[in-house]
Write a protein that binds this ligand. Sequence first.
Ligand code: C2E
Ligand code: SIN
Ligand code: SIN
Ligand code: SIN
Ligand code: FE
Ligand code: FE
Length: 360
Amino acid sequence: MRSKILIVDDSMTDRMIINNILSDYQTLMASNGLEAIEQIEKDPDIDLIILDLNMPKMNGFEFLKWLKNESDYSKIVTLILTNYDEMENEILGLELGAVDYIRKPLNIESLKKRIEVHLKLKMAQKKIERYNSILEETVDTRTHELVVTRDVTIHALIGLLEVRNIESSNHTVRTQWMMKRLCEHLSTKEKYSELLTKDYINELFKTAPLHDIGKVGIPDSILLKPGRLTIEEFEIMKKHTTYGVEALSHESDSTEIVPSFIKTAIEIAGTHHERFDGSGYPKGLSGMVIPLPGRLMAIIDVYDALMSKRVYKPAYEFKDTIDMLMKERGKHFDPELLDAFIEIKDQIHDISVIYIQEND
Ligand code: C2E
Ligand code: SIN
Ligand code: SIN
Ligand code: SIN
Ligand code: FE
Ligand code: FE
């Protein structure tokens, strides 16, 4: 398709000369700004305008001002062709949106070349715009696919715990809502407000149920043992943390970007049994070296374990559970995080009551 060029010039001779030069293009004519507007409104897919400045009725500057405010026609490229020589006029013209300023008398080859260049630029720009909009659509689709993939994967993994009676689905739901509530509460404190964004809280909410995923690697004879574990059995039990990390890691080259929710899940699985005083496992990390997800999960995990009936223990009363947690302030648990947890203990209790049902 040939490009469409509008020639706007009050001198008929000039219009004819320019028209002859541009025989390769489809051309339209106007003898002043007003006529140019009429032409554009009749024919909005004009690609390029060659604009004279000094014209009756509406001059070139006035026309450029009009064009600048018409967003529908913002894609039209304008070249000024004039015998105004002053620099101020050139600057004003370019400021008003013209892409080039050519002085008369005109050099045929130069005019042709410039028009060609500007049309090519315009085509390239169109292509980039089309490409960008396709790219945006693709990214939206991919992002959505990733979110679905993530959720399906997490569900499948949690399902593995449930079929082996390692965790009930209520335990899963409880821990994630407690995690969310605790994080939301923390995010109202200055120290945590920047770190605990809505997205990050959602990520912790989604990945909290995976904290014990490594338990799938522990034999039933230990996992479901009705009584206390021997020291040897407990040593095997402790491995559920590293098993969890291994299950969530993959052995491709380390330069590959690990999705952030996998990283968070790995932190939770790997460090939820570390203790603030360094006496936990598997690594014996202490204090702030323990990643925040692990420090948060430790509190929620023990709270929920104490409140629940386990094969090896009865369920404790809420008050006793809170007392037991407080005794571990600064020992097992990060004192600041525990204080925040205690501040919202009634809301936490509500969550545990809502999700504890007969089958739990
Ligand atoms: P879990 O049942 O989810 O318990 C998580 C954590 O809650 C425990 O981590 C512990 O810190 C705390 N916790 C649970 N019950 C009690 C309790 O009665 N008293 C106190 N003070 N804390 C409690 P821990 O000890 O590292 O255990 C990790 C996992 O090992 C437990 O997860 C459970 O699956 C298993 N486990 C631990 N002890 C026994 C046991 O004596 N018998 C059996 N069958 N499994 C056990
Ligand atoms: C004309 O060419 O029409 C007059 C001079 C000018 O406006 O550039
Ligand atoms: C467990 O998590 O070890 C038992 C199931 C539950 O109490 O939710
Ligand atoms: C909040 O955490 O959302 C503020 C109210 C509260 O302490 O729960
Ligand atoms: Fe655990
Ligand atoms: Fe647990």
